[in-house]
Structure formats: C-alpha cells, structure tokens
Write a protein that binds this ligand. Structure first.
Ligand code: COA
Ligand code: AMP
Length: 631
C-alpha cells in the first residue's frame, strides 16, 4: 500500500475516505451524514448513525462465532496472578455490571465516575456504561481527593465505581478514604458508590451510599445494549489544561469506534485475534483507547497489566509478559523503558524469555529521546515506532503507519501525519512555515473521527483553548517542525503543560497551589529535565515581605501541598527561594528562560527582560542546591 495516495485521499476527500472506513463496523443504523456541523458550528462525524460501543466490543464478536476466543488477559505482576476472560465471559461480567448500574437508576446519557486501580472490573465497568449508553469518566487512581472532587463536580455522576485499594510496588494504597475525602470536598454528592473489595484491603462501607460491588452485581439481571447516536458521548476524560480546572475531553461513540477500528489495522498492523498489549493505565487516554476499546472492537486479545516495568518483581517483567501471552504488538511510554534501562542496562533479564512473537514496539505519551530509542532498538531487535497523540485526539496524529507503508525511523520524529490529520506548522501570525521551521503544531479542520467534538459542558473553553488562535485550525499546544521529507518532529509543549513519567500535568495548576501558601508572594513552576521521568516540576518562590521561613521548611510544606492536592505522581520535589522572578518589562514571567537555564540549554537573554541579574541569582541558587545541570 502506498502511504502518499492513501493519506492524500483522506485529506482531499475526508467524507469518502471515512464513509468507506465506517462500513467496517456493525452499525444498528447507518449514518445519514458522514461529516456535518452542529448548532455550534463544530464538526460532527456520522450523524444519524446508531450503534453501541459495548456491542461492537463484545456481543458482535460472539455473534461472529468468536465467543470462546480470549478477549482480555488480566496479568497482575502486583498480585502474582493471571486471569483470562473470553468474549463470552466478558459479556457475562459486563451485562451484569450494567444491570447493577441500571438498578441504581443509571440510564442513557447519565454520567458514572470510575476511580479504580488496574483491575479488570475497571474495564468491565467502562463497557457496562457504554452498554447502557451512560457516559463514563475514569479518574486516574494516582490523583489525590482534591483532583477527584473537581472531576465529580464537573461530571456530576449519580454513581461512582471504585475499589478498596490499588497496589504501587509493595505499597497497598487504600482508595476508600480518598474517595470519601473527595466526596466530602465536592459540592455535588453522588447517590451511590459501588466498591469492589479486594482481598488485600477491606474498605469500610458506611451509610446508604456505599454498596458492595460483588454483591450488587451478583444480584442484578443482565442488561442489553442500548442503541445510541453516533454523536452521543461515550466518555469524558479529564486532562490537564493550563489552569487548575482540567478539561473534560468528550469522546463520541461513532467517530471513536470507526477510528479505533481503523488504527488497529493501519497504524498497528494487527489482525483480529492477535495479542496486543498497551502497558498504561485505564486512567489515561492510552488505557481507554488501547487497553480497552480498540483491541476489543477489532477482535484482538488485550493484555490488561497491573504492575510496573521494574520491581514487580524485576526489570524483566515486560519481557515475561510478552513471552507468556505471545504479544505481537506492545505499546508503552518511553519512561518505562528508561526505568528498565537503568536497572538492566544490558537487558540480561530479557535472555530468560522467548520474545519472538513480538513484531513491533510502539511508544507515546512523551517525547522518545534518541538514547532510549537507540538502546531499545538494539536490545529489542524489532521496529521501535514513536507516535504522537493527545487525549484530545484519542489516537495517533503522527505515526509510522505500519499497516500502510513502513518508513525508515528518524530519531526524534514520530514520522508522518496519520490519515485524516492535516498537520501544519504555523508561525505566531498564523502564517504557514516552511520545512525545518519551528512553530505551533496545528491541524487544519475538520479533525478526523474520534477527536474531541467539544469540551464537556464548555463550548466556550473549547473555542478559546483550541480554535480561536488560528482560524480554521486546531491548536495542539505542542511546538515542532516538519522536515523536507515530511517527517514531523514534536519538540514539546508551548503552554503550561508538562509531562512527568508520561503523566500530563499542569504547571499552571501547580502555581495556583504553591501561590495559595500564605508565605508566598509569587511563584513560577517550570518543567525541568528528569532522567527517568522526562520532566519534573521545579518551583521558584518569592516570599511575601516580612515573612520569615527557611527554604527547607517552605519546601517541605509545598511538597506536601502539591502531594495532597494533585497527588504523588506530580513528583514535585524542589522549591527554591528567590528574591524576584525574571520577567519581561510588561510583567510576563520568563518561564522558558528559567527552564533553559536549569537544563543547561543554550539560550539568548530576552531583550525585553527587566533585570538580567536575576538570572545569575537563579543560577547561583541552582548551583547551591545542585539542581538540573548543576547537580
Ligand atoms: N496510584 C497511586 N500512586 C501512584 C500511582 C498510582 N496509580 N502511580 C504513581 N504513584 C505514586 C508513586 O507510588 C510515587 O509515590 P511516592 O512518591 O510515595 O514514592 C509517586 O507517585 C511518583 O511516581 P512515579 O513518578 O511513577 O515514580 P516511581 O518511582 O513510582 O515509578 C516508573 C517510576 C518509571 C516505574 C513509573 O513512572 C512508570 O511505570 N512509568 C510509566 C508510566 C506510564 O505508563 N504512563 C502511561 C502514559 S501512556
Ligand atoms: P496526553 O493528552 O496525556 O496523551 O498528553 C499529550 C501530550 O503528550 C502531547 O501534547 C505531547 O506534548 C506529549 N506527547 C505525547 N506523545 C508524544 C510523542 N510521541 N512525542 C512527543 N510528545 C508526545
């Protein structure tokens, strides 16, 4: 297959292209319009179509005679157990959970928050919501109660599904106290919480609100699939924006199903029945798309892994899972491989396993740094394919489309735009930039199926965050360039978002939290380089006049504050006291310059800086504290 002609067809005639792809899924009623605009003028895919995403993921395969095929392998390195579920068994589990939700009053269009660790019931609960046409909103288990509360207030779920605990290496993390605290903090109060009791930790169920998950599900009658419109929401997934209020990314049913199905063949080069493993968490978009929906819609076997790349029990775990389940395509974040490389740099542990089933490794979630890419190429001896995408898109925007035409890999590039994405680099005034010129990475509208049609209950923010900067384009928030051969290089965010161990976090939100400390007059939080996590946040703090507090004490309090409000995953470990922050004469904090200074990158001193000497002061602080390039 030829990439150029396939891609061009998708850009020149998107309706014909996606009409053909939409024929590959089992609609209850075919769409009447392939591409249209809604009352807000936002693009919508497949209006008039009716389907059910749970039906496509489960029942359809059973009807096609594949009921006994293994659909999901729960491999828990954290608890040392493996459970395999066939499509028939998943249907049984999911329709009973859907029945339980229905008994609690959940109907089509209602929201359900899922706050669970990596247990298969998390995936089954997502599918159960989809079965009823209810909208799930999964919240990553590593988020603190404050973050969960913000999401509860925005999603307004009548039911929350949770579990008694998660497992982080050898630590048991009780979820119920976090859930209770979140409900206490939230203004909106859910009617019921279904709590899955895990054997390693018992949650206290109190009052009428808390219900034992297993008992309720056992007593329920299985529920059938409820037809929904293609444009109805399947889920809302909150992601970090530039402020303390996360953005509720809406995913519709029709566009999502078509794009998921398309991506499995053309990006990942898989066939139904192949074993596919995305080592991520259901709390992130990778987990939604590639642990749950895409592999099941396409009829693959998905590996659902609870554990870490290292220490569960060792840095050979990934190779063990690939061998044990004969994984064909594996997908994870580069951070995971940096962790393995640190513990087992010569990949000695890999020698214990037969990984010959593995054809390709995909990475995403953060920039894949060339040293990690090269190390992985050497030890894995299969193509390592970096691909770039976002919660907003739900699938790859730039990739080496392995099912279309494989291009040579260039380190630092995710290769070429995926079908449907007209990726362009624009300058500050919206002008199109030429080859190798760095600017804003944008996508010319319309976005292809599966991309967010809007933000949950916030059309204005959708416009202001993504559409208003350059008319006719979607602003991705990333900076980068395209070389003369059409390879796209993503150079990092141009806004206040950072990526810590593949987790997308807002430095703007961290600044709001640090700034709320009573001793702090003003502050800046920037993402600095971290060998393992890619980036980590660093706080620079100016004290209020007359306040006396040591740097050590303040740092400790701020670390606790961020941990309590966002969660340990933020990995906020350093707050530095400075007399002033470097600013332009108009008062804009020079965050990029601070980051470049700390990371030891070349930078030109901005001509607009109000006082250059502040930079020397910051450098001295970093040297004293041995932070960044000065360690
Ligand atoms: N629930 C609760 N806490 C969590 C958590 C979760 N799901 N995930 C991480 N944390 C906690 C950790 O326990 C740690 O807490 P601590 O400060 O009390 O020790 C803290 O958050 C920082 O975690 P992390 O940055 O992940 O460091 P780590 O040393 O625990 O693990 C890696 C390092 C590289 C092994 C881990 O980050 C990893 O597996 N990364 C891959 C990420 C990934 O797959 N992302 C998916 C995006 S596609
Ligand atoms: P998330 O929405 O959590 O998936 O994070 C999306 C952001 O992660 C993107 O906007 C990028 O900044 C970054 N990102 C994801 N994948 C890649 C990649 N392959 N290369 C570079 N950055 C990436």
């Amino acid at each position: 297959m030829n990439y150029d002609s396939f891609y061009q067809k998708s850009i020149e005639n998107p309706e014909a292209f996606w009409a053909e792809q939409s024929d590959k899924i089992a609609w209850f009623k075919k769409p009447t319009q392939i591409l249209s605009t809604d009352k807000n003028g936002f693009y919508r895919w497949f209006a008039g179509g009716e389907l059910n995403t749970c039906y496509l993921s489960v029942d359809y395969h059973i009807e096609q005679g594949r009921g006994n095929q293994t659909a999901l392998i729960y491999d828990s390195a954290a608890t040392n157990s493996i459970i395999k579920y066939t499509y028939n068994e998943i249907k049984e589990e999911v329709s009973k959970i859907a029945g339980a939700l229905r008994d609690l009053g959940i109907e089509k269009g209602d929201t359900v928050v899922i706050y669970m660790p990596m247990v298969p019931e998390a995936a089954f609960s997502m599918l159960a919501c989809a079965r009823l046409g209810a909208v799930h909103s999964v919240v990553f288990g590593g988020f603190a109660p404050h973050e969960l509360a913000i999401r509860i207030d925005d999603a307004k779920p009548n039911v929350i599904i949770s579990a008694s605990c998660g497992i982080e290496f050898d630590k048991i993390i009780p979820y119920k106290p976090l859930l209770d605290e979140a409900i206490h903090l939230a203004e909106f109060k859910p009617k019921n919480c279904l709590v899955l009791q895990r054997p390693m930790c018992h949650a206290n169920l109190v009052g009428e609100r808390d219900i034992d998950f297993a008992t309720m599900v056992a007593q329920s009658k299985p529920a059938d699939c409820v037809p929904v419109d293609a444009t109805d929401p399947l889920y809302v997934l909150y992601t970090s924006g530039t402020t303390g209020k996360p953005k509720g990314i809406v995913r519709d049913n029709g566009g999502h199903a078509v794009a998921m199905n398309f991506s499995m063949k053309y990006i990942y080069d898989l066939n139904p029945k192949d074993v596919f493993w995305a080592a991520s968490d259901v709390g992130w978009v990778v987990g939604h798309s590639y642990i749950v929906y895409a592999p099941l819609i396409y009829g693959c076997t998905t590996v659902f892994f609870e554990g870490k790349p290292i220490k569960t029990p060792d840095a050979g775990t990934f190779w063990r899972v690939i061998d044990e389940h004969k994984v064909k395509v594996f997908f994870t974040a580069p951070t995971a491989f940096r962790a393995i490389k640190k513990e087992d740099s010569e990949a000695k542990l890999k020698e214990k396993y037969d990984t010959s089933s593995l054809k390709t490794i995909f990475v995403a979630g953060e920039r894949c740094d060339p040293p990690t890419l090269e190390w992985l190429q050497q030890i894995a001896q299969v193509p390592i394919i970096d691909h770039w995408w976002q919660t907003e898109s739900g699938w790859g925007i730039v990739a080496n489309m392995m099912g279309v035409e494989q291009f040579p890999v260039k380190a630092g590039s995710a290769t070429k735009p995926v079908c449907g994405f007209d990726v362009q680099i624009l300058g500050e005034n919206g002008q199109k930039l030429g080859p190798n010129e760095e600017g804003y990475v944008c996508i010319k509208l319309p976005l292809p199926p599966s991309c967010l049609p809007t933000l949950w209950n916030d059309d204005d923010r959708f416009r202001s965050s993504y559409l208003n900067k350059f008319e006719g384009y979607y602003l991705t928030g990333d900076g980068g360039y395209i070389d003369e051969e059409g390879y796209v290089f993503i150079m990092g965010r141009v806004d206040d978002v950072i990526n810590v161990a593949g987790h997308r976090l807002s430095t703007g939100e961290m600044e709001e939290i640090v700034g709320s400390h009573k001793a702090v007059a003003e502050c800046a939080v920037v993402g600095i380089a971290d060998e393992l996590r890619g980036q980590r946040p660093l706080g620079l703090v100016v004290l209020k006049d007359g306040i006396e507090i040591s740097e050590e004490v303040l740092e400790e309090q701020l670390i606790k504050l961020i941990r309590d409000q966002i969660g340990a995953v933020a990995f906020f470990r350093n707050a530095i006291l400075v007399k002033r922050l470097p600013k332009t004469r108009s008062g804009k904090i020079l965050r990029k310059t601070i980051r470049q200074l700390v990371d030891g990158e070349q930078f030109t001193i901005p001509s607009t800086i109000d006082d250059v000497s502040i930079l020397s002061e910051i450098e001295l602080c970093m040297r004293n504290r041995k932070i960044g390039v000065f360690q």
